[in-house]
Design a protein around this ligand. Sequence first.
Ligand code: NAD
Length: 364
Amino acid sequence: MRFKLAVLPGDGIGPDVIAEAVKVLEAVAGRFGHSFDMSYGPVGGAAIDETGTALPGDVLKMCRRADAVLLGAVGGPKWDDPQAKVRPEDGLLALRKGLGLFANLRPVKAFPVLVDSTNLKPEVIRGVDFIFVRELTGGLYFGRPKRQWRTSRGRRAVDSMVYSEQEIERIVRVGFELARRRKKKLISVDKANVLESSRLWRQVATEVAAEYPDVELEHMLIDACSMRIIQNPRYLDVLVTENTFGDIVTDEASMLAGSMGMLPSASLAGVPREGVKIPGMYEPIHGSAPRRAGLDMANPIATILSVAMMLRYSFALPGEAAAVEAAVDAVLDEGYRTYDIMDEGKTRVGTKEMGNLIAGKVEG
Ligand code: NAD
């Protein structure tokens, strides 16, 4: 099969890790007989330097024409001036908006070989494998009114947590569809004991559940959920939540994996159903780690696993996705580590060598 891919390496270690992910994708093409047409464009700081904007119009057009977008990371001290009119992160927001990406998927998996490198006890971490679905376009971050003003008694500010039933329904469906492919258990996370928007969220989730009799729905309060992530993360399988809650708890959950360099993510513009290709953007959850850029140090695994998600959701190639994931497992099992996951008795490798090893396993 033939696919069109937009590749946006971005800043810092972005280009380093993207080069390895592309290597792995080429190995997939070779082994399974696909062809990936890749077009490259600047985003973030790189785009500001070149064009004065964080996402040039022609790059957005290129992304719209593609079946999927692969992104490295954006940002760095060079563009950190708080007075600046344009910031690298503006590029990410423009991509989300311009591509209609509303569902952010973040799998959290404790790799068996890395259970000793996390801050929690190995017996709590072992076997952890869940996926968070975060709503990306609504809630507190975008609701109106949103402003700060002065009164005779001092300054005041307001943000609004606003959701429509349509917004809730489509994101909850993403959760149900994923749960259907996994353990058939969905946890919907809210704060229905306090927030009106959460009460609507809970009603709509319950209504949609009627269409998924094979999936068990559990409602969990966000405070209980953030405790459960630390206390008994093995209990979790698929979770769905609104924008702000998701932003916070997905960062908390990422700590279970041992390193930022291990976690992929996907942002989708549709509900993933078996055999259906959904446009999406794929990126590691980490930032541009500017101090490591160009030093052949960064761990490319998060980006390589993002490619696996792209194969699964945007190209509907689950076998190819599983081959990439198995290649990562095999290379870790053989004891190869980048600096961030290095342990006694293991073999330390750089970004490129890690990419070569994983691509080699994919080729078989
Ligand atoms: P960061 O994720 O870049 O780095 C945090 C820590 O993790 C650092 O110690 C870094 O060296 C390490 N790290 C990150 N990715 C790694 C990898 N693949 N391999 C090995 N080590 C890795 O976060 P930060 O330092 O807070 O931010 C740096 C820049 O990235 C800032 O400009 C920030 O705005 C930006 N940022 C971008 C994104 C994005 O593009 N989605 C996300 C977060 C931060």
